[in-house]
Write a protein that binds this ligand. Structure first.
Ligand SMILES: [Zn+2]
Length: 395
């Protein structure tokens, strides 16, 4: 019974990217890897991709795993794909004025979902137009569904991840009786930002709020250490960074997305890397054992990570998340630090394979790996600073 309760409160959650729906559906149905089923408690699908992702939406709804994230925050970006048909752009004031209708549409879009999220705007100033619109949307959603939804809070570290911002946020949520928050704060451009995002998670958790963090990389694991109940595992690291203004700038230049190099999950390093680089890492005798996986993806071969990337990612990532969530809260930070420490040690071992060894990685492969590992180094540093000091960092 205890285990069931823990899993319900602290689920393993996967956010589905634009092109992830078919591989994820195949993995869910056991089609990717000889009948292997993947462990996932909730699948977050962006509201505006629900039609594109319809088969996966239906499957997730049937399996009681569906979460729809209705991205009203993107409506203020000209040309964003989240905008309702026929609309070029909204202002936050307009969203606030039309909050009743927008909340009704958002709730309708979430039928069959296991969580109901009140949509929110992108907050760059506490007390500004986006803040007001977000609270209006929250109030209208509460009124409409007659129970407490999740608050969807998005914004910049400068606005939200500060002592004052966290107090104001906690006060507004408490006044309404909200207990659950889906939190997106970024971009994280400095150590101070990363540290303060973790402090915000800690403050919300300390106030009794359940936090789901949408950050997907190592910083998500650090969030668990600070009391978040869960975070988005982004499939194979395709969308780990949240940068609202960066996205606005890209849209303004006509950017429509790009396909990334196929990646696979280097589980003990906690990062996804290009398949060809991971393949080379597997050939290093000195570190090979660290990559063993007891999932069905890898029962007969070491390179199951390359052949069945989605199944392997979900099997390994969920077991890492479980290794943190299944220990008492006060031990989670230590557990995450252990994961970070082991990843960093293994990375050093890969770098240390002598250049005279014919299987040693090329300089360019090491560069790719070192770029990916910088996420782990940063998150590890942010977590250490939060654990060492109780002060908010100057931003
Ligand atoms: Zn595997």
């Amino acid at each position: 019974m205890t285990i069931l309760r823990l899993r319900g409160d602290a689920p393993f959650v996967l956010r589905v990217g634009f092109n992830d729906h078919n591989p994820v559906l195949d993995a869910l149905l056991g089609k990717e890897c000889g009948g292997a089923r993947v462990p996932v408690d909730a699948l977050v699908i962006e509201g505006h991709w629900a039609v594109r992702h319809k088969d996966l939406v239906d499957q997730a709804a049937a399996g009681r795993q569906l979460v729809i994230d209705y991205r009203v925050d993107q409506w203020t970006i000209a040309g964003a794909s989240a905008l309702p048909a026929g609309r070029a752009v909204y202002s936050c004031d307009e969203i606030g004025r039309e909050a009743k209708t927008i909340a009704a549409d958002a709730v309708a879009a979430q039928r069959n979902a296991i969580w109901t999220l009140a949509p929110g705007c992108h907050i760059d100033t506490v007390g500004g137009a986006a803040w007001d619109a977000t609270l209006r949307l929250l109030d209208e959603t509460i009124e409409l569904i007659g129970e407490m939804p999740w608050a969807r809070i998005l914004g910049t570290p400068a606005a939200l991840a500060t002592e004052d911002g966290s107090h104001r946020l906690i006060e507004e949520l408490r006044t309404r009786g909200v207990e659950k928050v889906m939190l997106t704060v970024g971009p994280i451009n400095s150590d101070g930002d990363g540290e303060n995002v973790l402090r915000l998670v800690q403050a919300l958790g300390g106030a009794g709020l359940r936090v789901h963090l949408t950050h997907q990389g190592a910083i998500g694991l650090a969030g668990l250490a600070m009391g978040a109940q869960s975070f988005d595992a982004g499939l194979l690291g395709q969308a780990e960074v949240f940068d609202f203004e960066g996205y606005r700038a890209l849209r303004a230049r006509g950017w429509r997305g790009r396909s990334a190099h196929p990646r696979a999950y280097a589980a003990p390093l906690l990062v996804s890397v290009r398949k060809e680089v991971l393949g080379k890492v597997f050939s290093l005798k000195a570190v090979r054992a660290a990559f063993e996986c007891d999932g069905q993806c890898c029962t007969s071969r070491i390179d199951g990570a390359l052949l069945y990337p989605v199944t392997h990612f979900m099997v390994r990532r969920s077991s890492q998340v479980r290794s943190v969530l299944d220990v008492p809260v006060e031990m989670r930070a230590g557990q995450v630090q252990t994961l970070f420490g082991e990843a960093e040690k293994l990375y050093e071992a890969i770098r240390g394979v002598r250049r005279t060894d014919r299987t040693a990685l090329e300089g360019s492969d090491l560069t790719v790996l070192s770029e990916r590992m910088s996420d782990v180094h940063r998150a590890s540093r942010h977590l250490r600073r939060v654990l060492e000091s109780s002060h908010w960092a100057a931003s």
